[in-house]
Structure formats: C-alpha cells, structure tokens
Design a protein around this ligand. Structure first.
Ligand SMILES: *Cc1c(COP(=O)(O)O)cnc(C)c1O
Length: 432
C-alpha cells in the first residue's frame, strides 16, 4: 500500500517537474526519493521512510533540517517583511547580516552584493573583476585564469571559467573567450603551472579564480594549503585579482570557517552560496574588498557603477535565516565538530583505498570522495552503489564513479559510522 503512495507521487513528479542534471526518461526507474518532510539530519519520504541526509541536500544544509532557532528566525522575519528590493534601497536585516558577516569573512573591508545562487555570485565576481580594471583606466586586463577540473556553476559565465564535463561540453561554443585554463588539483604541479601563467601573462589577466583547498564537483580533489598560499601570493605579486569561490567550502565545511583561511588567502572577491542561509533558502553573495568596491564610486548615473542586480538579491527572509545561522555556527562551535567528525571520516574511509573496487579516497573536512574503479565502462558503479546506500537509508549521490559523502556539519559520531558502514556494504554488494 505504501509503495502505491510513492509510485503515484513519482508519476505526478515525472509528468510535470523537470529535474536538473537528470535524464527524465530514466528518472522514475532510478527510484527517486520523494521527500515529504524532515527531522534533524533525516529526510522522510511520502511513505514515512527515513534517510540520513549524507549529502546535505546537495551540500547546502549545515546545522540540519528544521532547526528550531532557524525556523523561529524565519517566522519572526515573515511577520516583519519577506522581501524588499536592494536596488537603490535598503533593508534592516540585510544591513545586520552584512555587518555580522564582515567580522568573519577573510576579506579586507568587505562589501556584500547579494544574489540567490552560487552561479550568480560567481557571475557577479567575474563582471566586477572585468569592470574594476576599466574603472581604473587600465587596458588589456580582460582575461581570466581558471583551473582544470574547476566547477563554478551552470550559467554561461560561470561555465566559461569551469572545466566542462558532465555533459556540458556541448555548450563550449557559448563559453566566453579569454579564459586560460591551467591544471587542477589532481596534478601535483598545478601550483607551479598556474604561477608560471600568472607571471608570464599578468598584463592580460583581470583575475584568477579558484575553489580554495578542494575542487568539490570535480570529485573532491584536494590541494595542499602551502600551494594555495603560494598561488595567492603569486596573484598579489602579479597584480591579478584573486577570486575565491567558496560556494561549497564556506561556513565550516572543510574544518575552518572559510577554506581560504588555512592558506592565509585574503581574496579580492569571495563567492558565497550554498550554506550561507544554512541550506534553508537560496541566498548567495559576492564579497568585494574595500579597494575593489571603491573603484566603482563616481557620479550618479555615471559609468563607474556596477549595472548588475538580481530581483531577489538580499531577500529579507533569507537574510534573517543567514544571520541567525551565522550566530549559531559560532555559538555552537560547529567547526570544532567538523574537525572531529572529519578526522573520524578520514580514518574510517582510509581502509577502503586498498580494496580492488576502489581507485582512491579523498577527504577535506566533511567533504569526501570515494573513487570507484570499475573494470569496464558502462557498469554505472557510482549510480548503483549510491542506489544501494539509499535503499539502506543513507541518501547519497555520485559524481560519475566517485561516491560523494557530504554529511551535515552537526553529524554525530554514530551517524558518520553508519554512513561508512552502509557505503562499505553497498560497495561489497555492487562491485563484485
Ligand atoms: C555549487 C557550486 C556553485 C554553483 O552554485 P549554485 O547555487 O548551484 O548555482 C559554484 N561554485 C562551487 C564551488 C559550487 O560547489
């Protein structure tokens, strides 16, 4: 009887909802979970089955689902105002959020341009970097340095600084020109290669963009803090703006509040998204340093202003949740839990690396990738291992044949153990 409830929801869903990164022809047969509600770190489907959310609802959920304090912040703001535009006007809760973030972000004298999605935050950073040099009267600096394997979002601009793959190569003709791609973190020489280009072509470069410490969507490729630091210094020496895309890594995910911090980076532009509002509401931000933002000052209606802004940038409901979320992250010392749980996760996953079915295990904080080693193409090991885990009540999603684990930041010791136990069993069942 319960299965009938699920089947009918899947049917209705399949008929009218177009899911991202999903082949709708096989959507229904891949046993999608139709979420009805949540409790803590569990999602509950239409038949009442519970799943541990081991992908943080695609890396956005930080403290958990239905956190009483965040629910309350949302309700309280709803009784004031849900939304008012930031184009030419202000909103008290957005001012409070910007002030609270200002003391935490690794950016000098920060200014916040809010948007709704990570891709838009990246898009804004690219346009700001481009116009910055124009405003300063510097010619020629119109190119970007980006890393191989990078992922910065799905809009055309963010796609242009991304590395492609995952079926997006088709869009290559739409990518803007002038992006110099140097190797990503999987190449131990990535830093040398990037520094070489920074030195040789500094006069052409508006900015360099990286995902500090970990290239997430690439399958969790991890850099050394020392290399990230050298890269940052090389940008500074070349006078090239440094853009840190912390859409995935921000707000404690890697074991520090921001992943720019272990390498001592002070980006000129910082992109935030995903966890900014605790995974509750779509909110992103491009954080510009004071010196960058000040280059846009000038006469009213003149050419120096940034002519860019999204309808829902600085949404008041999202801002209220984001403000309370930041307070809770600090009050509860969530980062300390991430550090402990990350150590446990890395230790528990390490033995998997020596199994024949596994090519590599990579972790950075509570972001982990277990790369499977299928003996032939087309076996869909990533998909099948994750399906087995979902069947066992642990919700995960692969990136190709990399099984990705992104537990909620407040996960307990038992939950981390359970995630790894279920993954081990799923691999053993599937990859014989
Ligand atoms: C997810 C992600 C983005 C894109 O964010 P959206 O909110 O999905 O547009 C950009 N950069 C990185 C590093 C990400 O992980």
């Amino acid at each position: 009887m319960t299965r009938r409830t699920e089947a009918s929801w899947i049917q209705r869903d399949r008929a009218r909802v177009w899911h991202g990164f999903t082949q709708m022809d096989s959507y229904a047969t891949n046993r999608p979970v139709i979420v009805d509600r949540a409790e803590g770190r569990e999602l509950i489907d239409v038949d009442g089955r519970r799943y541990l959310d081991a992908m943080s609802s695609l890396w956005v959920t930080t403290l958990g689902h239905r956190v009483p304090e965040l629910d309350e912040a949302l309700r309280a703001q709803a009784s004031r105002v849900a939304h008012s535009t930031l184009l030419g006007h202000g909103n008290t809760v957005v001012v409070e959020l910007a002030e609270a973030l200002a003391t935490e972000v690794p950016v000098e004298d920060p200014r916040f341009l809010f948007a709704s999605d990570g891709a838009a935050a990246v898009e804004q950073a690219l346009k700001i970097a481009f116009q910055y040099w124009r405003n300063r009267g510097v010619d020629g600096r119109s190119c970007f340095l980006a890393l191989g394997d990078a992922y910065h979002g799905d809009t055309i601009g963010s796609l242009s600084v991304g590395a492609g793959g995952f079926g997006t190569d088709l869009f290559d003709p739409l990518r803007f020109p002038g992006v110099i791609h140097t190797p990503g973190y999987r190449d131990p020489e990535w830093c040398e290669a990037a520094i070489g280009v920074l030195r040789a072509r500094s006069s052409e470069l508006a900015a360099a963009i990286i995902e500090p410490m970990v290239q997430g969507a690439a399958g969790m490729h991890v850099a050394e803090a020392r290399d990230v630091q050298r890269f940052g210094r090389a940008c500074q020496e070349a006078g090239v703006l440094l853009v840190c895309d912390e859409v995935a890594t921000g707000f404690g995910r890697t074991g520090s509040l921001f992943a720019s911090q272990p390498g001592g980076l002070r980006p000129d532009l910082l992109c935030l998204g995903k966890g900014l509002a605790g995974g509750y509401l779509p909110m992103s931000a491009t954080v510009a340093s004071g010196p960058v933002a000040d280059a846009f000052l000038g006469e009213d209606l003149g050419p120096a202003a940034l002519y860019h802004g999204h309808s829902f940038g600085g949404n008041a409901l999202a801002a209220a949740v984001a403000l309370r979320h930041l307070q809770l992250l600090l009050e509860w010392d969530v980062v300390a839990n991430v550090v402990e749980r990350a150590e446990q996760l890395a230790k528990r996953l390490a033995p998997l690396a020596s199994e024949a079915a596994v090519a590599d295990v990579r972790t950075c904080g509570l972001m982990a990738g277990v790369e499977l080693a299928p003996p032939a193409d087309g076996l869909r090991w990533g998909r099948r291992v994750c399906a087995a885990a979902v069947e066992a009540g642990v919700l995960i999603r692969p990136l190709g044949d990399v099984v990705v684990l992104v537990p909620i930041l407040t996960s307990t010791e038992d939950e981390i153990d359970r995630i790894v136990d279920v993954l081990e069993t799923s691999i053993a069942q599937t990859c014989r």
